[in-house]
Design a protein around this ligand. Structure first.
Ligand code: PNS
Length: 162
């Protein structure tokens, strides 16, 4: 029997409960799910790659068929090397769609054998993004329930270092 493997890519700077909601849904749909952190130096992340890997690995511990990894460069090339059949993307609102649509078509152009699968996040997480979580935390707001506990710790530490 063949294994259907998918990749859920992102910056995960940091992982939020919205991401985990998509990871949980995708992990029940595919045999194996790779959560792939894109190493994009242009984005000037708050957390190093190692920190993001640690936060994600800890947060994905409950999911037996989820593996956390990182990749540099083109997503489809990495997906090919890991034999992924699908790219999973989370959609929160219509505003996400336009950009995701372009990326999905470009990825299909580069490798028509890999399908992009869009998953809706739960309504309770539909307004959460890594950027808004960082902004609210930076302004002293309460982000309890929006990110996993390990991210609360990392954010707390990072903000006191400033
Ligand atoms: O969490 P993000 O920042 O919205 O994730 C964006 C990501 C990493 C999925 C996207 O930028 C990506 O796929 N980067 C890898 C480089 C690549 O393949 N670019 C061409 C996309 S059509």
């Amino acid at each position: 029997m063949s294994t259907t493997r998918a990749i859920y890519p992102g910056s995960f700077d940091p992982v939020t409960n919205g991401h985990l909601d998509v990871i949980q849904r995708a992990s029940s749909l595919f045999d194996e799910l790779i959560v792939g952190i894109s190493v994009n130096i242009e984005k000037n992340p708050m957390f190093t790659l190692d920190e993001r890997l640690e936060m994600l690995t800890e947060s994905c511990r409950p999911f037996d068929n989820v593996v956390v990894d990182s990749f540099d460069g083109m997503l489809v090339r990495y997906a090919e090397t890991r034999n992924c059949k699908a790219i999973v993307k989370g959609l929160r609102a219509i505003s996400d769609f336009e950009f995701e649509f372009v990326m999905a078509l470009m990825n299909r152009k580069m490798d028509p054998s890999i399908e992009t699968v869009f998953m809706m996040t739960s309504a309770e997480y539909s307004y959460i993004s890594s950027s808004i979580v960082k902004e609210v935390a930076g302004l002293g707001g309460d982000i309890e329930g929006l990110v996993p506990s390990i991210v609360m710790e990392y954010l707390g530490k990072r903000l006191t270092e400033r």
